[in-house]
Design a protein around this ligand. Sequence first.
Ligand SMILES: [Zn+2]
Length: 515
Amino acid sequence: MKRLFLGAFLLCATLTVTAQEKNAVIENMIKEATENSQLEHLGHELLDVIGPRLVGTPEMKQAHDWAVATYEKWGIPAENQQYGEWKAWQRGISHIDMVSPRVQSLNGMQLAWSPSTGPKGVTAEVITLPTVKDSMAFKNWLKNAKGKFVMISEYQITGRPDYNWEEFATPESFEKMKKDRDSLSSEFRENMRRTGYNSRTIIEALESAGAVGIVSSNWSKGFGANKIFSSRTKKIPTIDLELEDYGMLYRLVEYGDKPQIKVVAESKDLGVAPTFNTVAQIKGTEKPDEYVILSAHFDSWDGATGATDNGTGTIVMMEAMRLLKKFYPNPKRTILVGHWGSEEQGLNGSRAFVEDHPEMIKNIQAVFNQDNGTGRVVTMNGAGFLHSYDYLTRWLSAAPKEITKHIETSFPGSPSGGGSDNASFVAAGAPAFNLSSLNWSYWNYTWHTNRDTYDKIVFDDVRSNAILTAILAYMASEDDAKVSTERIILPVSDRTGKQLEWPTQRSPERKGGLD
Ligand SMILES: [Zn+2]
């Protein structure tokens, strides 16, 4: 009896000690993240100093080197792993002025990979696309593009987002505005179709006809927010103007005021640049060949500094690694972080990593990816892994209630077919999960826009995500068992009536932008 009692007591004591130790790691990480956060400083260095991180630019390479140096400062071995090449280009000054009928500096910039105007710039009249009867009429009109800047985007009748109309308009005028906008939109599309071109191919036609530049406006449906993607011109500049200024020029053209603009769009064509993933790891002690992977793409579009796409995901993973190294320096499994290159052009960095490390992919305990903005994590799903409920809920239960109470989980979920880097891993059968954020107007205001800047970061939410990520990584590493990667049987598609299939692994673009 006595012995048994003693035995039970000892067992009990051991359990308490283990629980306390585990707890101590978590408590220490939370305390450090809260009292000595490095997020603000990391954000500053990445976004204010380095800036946009377009694939193939010197700034992208600078960011990779900065990440390696930062990890090494923290005692975490890191390296840049080259996986391919991309057209090397560097954005220079964009400066756009209306010079007639009056002078006004305009809000806009050249698109990524736009050819340079040189420092003197180009001054010319601006015209809009004509309304045409058919492709023959458009062909006849094309000679008018010679020597002109041509505006190729749809005119927007309002620069106020719908939520603003909803708040202040009478219901009647809100309805009327939407109706007018819809009919203008369909007229624009119909006219484009009649030219015989689409919004992409018409650019080539205009350039061949001697236009001196393309003026577009890709409104993101928020005040002052435009999406900034890539140029399609070969020799002439392509610029995007914010809705307000685009609309003003458009009206000046339509009313016959013959506006002229001066565009300075400087850039450098630097040939070809290597592309990288930055990879850092804290080696596992007991199971070094099993991996817990923290994942966030590192590149961005370059209309702004890529603060929420994906600066925030990047600094979450860096801060989580710092916390883990400091309070959990000898993890059971290897904890690896991947800062992937060229996600924006098709998950290229992560696809390359998956393709190049098949032996690692088989031994992945879990991948945690973040890539949709500054918000706190609000949803997670089991990515189609049959037993994901067992381990994910166990790991999540170690995080503070103030964090997990916001997270809606769904199991077994479904495998992501794209969208972000977790899809590259899922396609290879590795349990990869997205830490999905509250949107904070992501789609309209920051995603791929000219407004994706440091001031949009909500650091309390980002801090919560860094703590959550560190705890999930810790729990996944400590788990007694390697997780099951058994997949669910996917349902029959409502749309096609066929059984859905698990996404298949795809090869990355290893030589891009060079056409
Ligand atoms: Zn992204």
